[in-house]
Design a protein around this ligand. Structure first.
Ligand code: MNH
Length: 462
C-alpha cells in the first residue's frame, strides 16, 4: 500500500450489506459487542459498519490503530448515537457530558479529590459493611445455600456505592428475590434495557418499541432524576459532620478554577450517573472473576493464601488492600478477558487518516472495542484466563478497560478497591461451588455480565 493512498480505499465490512439499513442485520441486538468481536475476527483490526445510508461506525481492535485513536491530540471522547440516549438518563453528569460543556470541567475538578486512591480510606468501612450485609443475607439462606450471584452482585455494588458515596442504604439485602428490588434499580434496569434494545434495532422495530414501552421509559427517566434531586435535597437540608462523602463534596465544594458550585439539577444527574456507571460495570467484573475462580479453583486457593499472608483471620484494613497483589492481578485479568464496559467511542478532532491509509472525517464515531483489542494477537494465548500475566515484568498487550484521556473512568480506584476487597473477603469466607452444567453465557446491556451465574456456598470460617 503506497503512503499517498487515495481516499477511495474500501474498509472491510460485513457481507450482505442492505442499501438502506446497511449492516444492522449483521449485529445481534441482544449481544451487539459480542457480534462485533466475532466480526473483528473475520474482518481484521479495523472495519466499518453502516447503520443507515450515511451513518458509519468504525470498529477498531488492532493495537497500533487503537494507540492512534487514544492519542488525545488527534482524537477525543465522542458521545455517539446510542450514548445520546444514555444522556436522557444521566443528563450533563460527568459520564455523558460533552467535553465542551463547562459543567464537565467544574464537576471533574470538584469530584476528582473524592476519587483519588487515598480517598478510598474514606469509603473503606462502608465498603466492608456492604459486603458483610451480602454475607448476612447469604447466611440467612441456609447452611449450604445456592445463591444467584448475577443478581446478588448487582445488589452489592448498588448498596456499596449508596453507602460509600452517598451514606445511604438501599436495603438491597433486606429482602429476598427480584420482587423486592429497590424502585431505583428496577427503573434503571428498565431504562437500560430500552436504550440497549432501541439502539440496536431497525427503524421499523423502533416504532413498535416506542409504542409499547415509550411511555414507561419516559416515566422512569423522571423518577430517576427525581430520586437524585431528593437525595441531594435531603442532604442539603441536613448537612452531616465528619469526612465528606461524594454528596457532601458536590454540595459544598467551590470549583477552584471558576469559583462556581454545581447546580442542584446537575448534582441529581451526577447521582444517577454514579449509580449507573459505578454499579453494572463492577458487578459484571465481580461476576466474571468469581466464575473463573470457580472454574480454576487453584486460582481461588492462591487468593486465599495471599489474604491469609497479608491479613490472617483479621478484618481487612484499608492499607492492606494495596498489598493484595495477586488478587489485584485476578481483577486486572478479568477486565482484560471480559472488559465489562466492552468499548468506548472516540472521534477525530479534524479530518485525518488512520493507519496511514483509512480516511476518517472529523467527528465521525470510532468504537474502540476493548473486548476484541484485549484478545488480539499481541497477547499470548489470549483466550486463557491467567492472572499471572499481570505480574510485574511480564509481556503485556494492549489494555485500557477504563478508557483513556481526561474522560477516562473517574471511578477506577473505587472499582479496583471494591473488587479486590470483595474477592478477598468472599474467597476467605466461602468455597464457591459452580453448577456442574454451567457454561458461561454473557448478558449484554451496554455492559457485560455473566448470565444466570449461581454458586453453592460452603462456609470456610465461622
Ligand atoms: Mn467508570 C467512565 C469503565 C467503574 C464512574 N468508566 C468510564 C469509561 C469507562 C469506564 C471505559 C469511559 C467511557 C467513555 O470513554 O465513553 N468504570 C468502568 C469499569 C468499571 C467502572 C470497567 C468497573 C470495573 N465507573 C466505575 C465506578 C464509578 C464510575 C465504580 C463511580 C463510582 N466512569 C464513571 C464516570 C465516568 C466513567 C463518572 C465518566 C468520567 C468522565 O467522562 O468525566
Amino acid at each position: 500500500m503506497s503512503g499517498a493512498s487515495s481516499p477511495t480505499v474500501a474498509l472491510p465490512h460485513p457481507k450482505d450489506r442492505h442499501p438502506l439499513f446497511g449492516d444492522a442485520k449483521a449485529i445481534d441486538p441482544s449481544r451487539p459487542t459480542q457480534t462485533e468481536y466475532q466480526l473483528a475476527q473475520e474482518l481484521g483490526p479495523i472495519y466499518e459498519l453502516m447503520f443507515g445510508p450515511d451513518y458509519r461506525l468504525l470498529v477498531v481492535t488492532g493495537t497500533e490503530l487503537a494507540q492512534e485513536v487514544w492519542d488525545e491530540t488527534r482524537f477525543e471522547k465522542h458521545v455517539a448515537a446510542p450514548l445520546e440516549r444514555l444522556r436522557e438518563v444521566t443528563g450533563d453528569g460527568l459520564f455523558m457530558a460533552y467535553s465542551s460543556e463547562p459543567v464537565w470541567g467544574i464537576a471533574h475538578r470538584i469530584l476528582t479529590p473524592g476519587f483519588v486512591k487515598p480517598a478510598m480510606a474514606i469509603y473503606h468501612d462502608a465498603m466492608v459493611a456492604s459486603i458483610e450485609s451480602m454475607f448476612e443475607y447469604w447466611q440467612g439462606a441456609g447452611a449450604r445455600p445456592r445463591v444467584n450471584l448475577t443478581q446478588d452482585l448487582n445488589s452489592l455494588t448498588f448498596e456499596l456505592i449508596g453507602r460509600a458515596g452517598f451514606s445511604t442504604s438501599f436495603s438491597a439485602f433486606a429482602h429476598g428475590g427480584d420482587a423486592d428490588l429497590h424502585p431505583f434499580l428496577t427503573q434503571l434496569n428498565r431504562a437500560m434495557w430500552w436504550i440497549s434494545t432501541v439502539s440496536n434495532s431497525t427503524p421499523m422495530e423502533r416504532v413498535r418499541l416506542e409504542r409499547q414501552h415509550g411511555q414507561q421509559y419516559k416515566d422512569d427517566l423522571v423518577a430517576l432524576h427525581e430520586y437524585g434531586l431528593e437525595l441531594a435535597g435531603t442532604r442539603a437540608a441536613e448537612p452531616r459532620q465528619g469526612s465528606k462523602d461524594l454528596l457532601d463534596l458536590m454540595l459544598t465544594t467551590v470549583d477552584p478554577d471558576t469559583g462556581e458550585k454545581l447546580p442542584a439539577e446537575n448534582i441529581a444527574y451526577q447521582v444517577v450517573s454514579f449509580l449507573l456507571a459505578g454499579q453494572e460495570t463492577t458487578a459484571g467484573t465481580l461476576g466474571f472473576a468469581l466464575h473463573y475462580l470457580m472454574q480454576q479453583p487453584e486460582i481461588a486457593d492462591r487468593v486465599r493464601a495471599e489474604v491469609q499472608e497479608v491479613c490472617g483471620d483479621s478484618p481487612i484494613a484499608y492499607e492492606q488492600v494495596a498489598k493484595l497483589r495477586y488478587t489485584r492481578c485476578v481483577v486486572d485479568e478479568t477486565l482484560r478477558l471480559w472488559p465489562s464496559a466492552p468499548g468506548y467511542f472516540r472521534a477525530a478532532r479534524a479530518d485525518t487518516e488512520l493507519g496511514g491509509c483509512w480516511p476518517v472525517r472529523e467527528g465521525e464515531p470510532i468504537f474502540v472495542l476493548t473486548l476484541g483489542l484485549h484478545r488480539n494477537e499481541d497477547w499470548h494465548d489470549p483466550l486463557t484466563f491467567d492472572p499471572d500475566r499481570f505480574l510485574p515484568g511480564r509481556d503485556k498487550g494492549p489494555y485500557r478497560p477504563f478508557g483513556v484521556g481526561p474522560r477516562a473512568c473517574i471511578g477506577r480506584q473505587f472499582a479496583l478497591h471494591e473488587a479486590v476487597l470483595t474477592l478477598a473477603l468472599a474467597t476467605r469466607r466461602y468455597n464457591f461451588v459452580p453448577d456442574s452444567d454451567y457454561t458461561l453465557a454473557v448478558h449484554e446491556q451496554l455492559t457485560l455480565k455473566p448470565e444466570n451465574l449461581y454458586a453453592t456456598l460452603e462456609h470456610r470460617v465461622s
